[in-house]
Design a binder for this molecule. Sequence first.
Ligand code: CP
Ligand code: NVA
Length: 303
Amino acid sequence: MLSLHDFTPQQIAFMLDFAAQLKRMQKQGEPHALLQGQTLGMIFQKSSTRTRVSFEVGMYQLGGHALFLSSNDLQLGRGESIADSGRVLGRYLDGIMIRTFAQSDVEELAEYASVPVINGLTDLLHPCQILADLLTVQEHKGRLAGLKMAYVGDGNNICHSLLYGCAKTGLHISVASPEGYLPREEIVAAARQDALETGASVTITTRPEEAVSGADVLVTDVWASMGQESEQQARMKVFAPYQINDRLAALAAPDYIFLHCLPAHRGEEVAAEIIDGPHAVVFDEAENRLHAQKAVMALLMGK
Ligand code: CP
Ligand code: NVA
């Protein structure tokens, strides 16, 4: 699973329903050891709290096992090629999750590893996060199609995967980013293509008020992603008018929900009054990483 763009709307709907079913089973203590005896390798070239823990716990709950593989300790970090690493790891593992910089590295790993590869975040995309986000919206709003989501902030990996995720599920999405930080044009074009099938609309603007107007779901993300630490100061200035706060949220639907993939920076992309307020569902969202990824792993790796 490298990108949500590669799946049909029916497949995504199925993954979400299956995730909801696995969540119910786990809450009720029903056994669901669908990956008994299997091992997932988890390659991390960037930091993580949620992705690491939710994949590892998810494998355990499915009756399998997960290996944390830091690129600092792998020969990958000393120059062994992705192709050779993939060929070797495919001989030991039943699946590989990778968090890295270039999307092309994940694609190359998937080409050479003989087992399923799951994108655990690249500079371009974060599909597992967006499955969890969609599951969270579905739980809180009872549906996806026909709702309006506003993403306000950097046109980054989260924004790109939201564009695909919304387009594939019929959720209207409006993105507001500053000039120079808009989502990539080829992703917007591909999402618009996806949206033809579901009737979703994809709107890109530089005006946050326009994006948020009447929205059922507000979303933002950090202004400087992992790997962009040196741009932090410059970005703080450019993004200041894009903070989600009471003033902006007043334009949303009265019963809007607020999502953030976390980690969050209170006082930057989101005001404390919003993320710690009654509309925020960010911890349900974080929990749903576990359930969504269990569904993905069981479907990709299950016999
Ligand atoms: N949202 C998310 O992917 O969090 P981590 O970076 O902690 O994995
Ligand atoms: N856009 C953020 C998401 C972190 C989960 C980053 O890439 O750092």
